[in-house]
Design a binder for this molecule. Structure first.
Ligand code: FES
Length: 293
């Protein structure tokens, strides 16, 4: 999506949001009633209602925000304040598949930066932009609490763990070609609109999808196992970079995180050894001092 497609505020009053077609409005009102009934105070239903309107149009439009305000007795300013605060709400039409590359600290140093750069080049889009066919929106995402599987890519909030620039490129090619892709763990992938409806609190109707959500993965559980004495203290899920750990006990296959290829095969720009005061005698105090100090 080019800059010219994006909403640009000129500081002028906007026309009232267009109305939903009657059939859509009736359906959304019935859904909203069901959502609101789950909460003791109706305004607590705002977050799921924003997901609900996102499931209709693929983003939270002004029409969607006006709908939420009407249903909950809020002002559109109050709804807008919430919708613009959380990054899971999109503010303009976007792709069927939101490909989020975690470039937060750990994923970045494990290859997330390299993945993001490769996908930008491969797809010909920048951050928060959509391919011309409307299939894929690429974006930076913050930590998704999956650091033990870094570097992580998420498609419509499903995990694709331990990615490389090559595997991520294959992933987006498969999405664009309409081939089935399987998340590393969790429920099967669905479109962004379908995901938004599930996030609004409606059941996932696909057979086996709920069961597939599963629990924590092996890489997340190893600390718990160590604490319980169920794993050898030296056990490692991933060995030190560039060397086979000596004197360490490998985790049993059922405990091992999926890790193909090795993270050493997809180094990011952050992987170069950093000088420390011990390795850089010319600058024993660490970072350079301010000029004049
Ligand atoms: S830094 Fe990427 S999931 Fe935490």
């Amino acid at each position: 999506m080019t800059a010219s497609n994006q909403e640009v505020s000129l500081g002028m009053p906007q026309l009232p949001a267009p109305a939903y077609p009657a059939e859509v409005l009736a359906r959304l009102e019935a859904d909203a009633k069901e959502v609101i009934a789950r909460y003791p105070g109706s305004r607590s239903a705002l977050l799921p209602l924003l997901h609900l309107v996102q499931s209709e149009e693929g983003y939270v439009s002004r029409t969607g925000m006006a709908f939420c305000a009407d249903q909950l007795g809020l002002t559109t300013a109050e709804v807008t304040a919430v919708a613009t605060f959380y990054t899971m709400y999109r503010r303009r039409p976007s792709g069927d598949y939101q490909v989020g590359v975690c470039t937060n600290t750990l994923c970045a140093v494990m290859g997330g930066d390299a993945i993001f750069d490769r996908l930008k080049e491969h797809l010909g889009v920048g951050n928060d932009e959509t391919t011309d066919d409307g299939k894929v929106t690429l974006e930076h995402i913050e930590c998704n609490a999956a650091c033990d599987f870094a570097p992580v890519v998420m498609v419509n909030w499903e995990f694709f763990d331990n990615q490389t620039p090559e595997s991520a490129t294959r992933l987006v090619d498969d999405l664009i070609a309409g081939r089935t892709v399987e998340p590393t763990r969790g429920a099967p992938l669905c479109t962004y609109k379908d995901t938004a409806r599930i996030l609004a609190g409606f059941p996932d109707p696909r057979p086996g999808a709920v069961e597939a959500s599963g629990g924590a993965g092996a890489a997340s559980l190893i600390g718990l196992k160590l604490a319980r004495g169920e794993a050898a203290p030296q056990a490692r899920v991933v060995g030190p970079r560039g060397e086979t750990p000596r004197g360490t006990k490998d985790v049993q296959p059922e405990d091992a995180a999926p890790h193909d290829p090795s993270p050493t095969e997809h180094l990011s720009s952050h992987d170069a050894p950093q000088k420390t005061s011990a390795s850089d005698p010319e600058h024993p105090a660490g970072p350079a001092a301010e000029e004049g100090e």
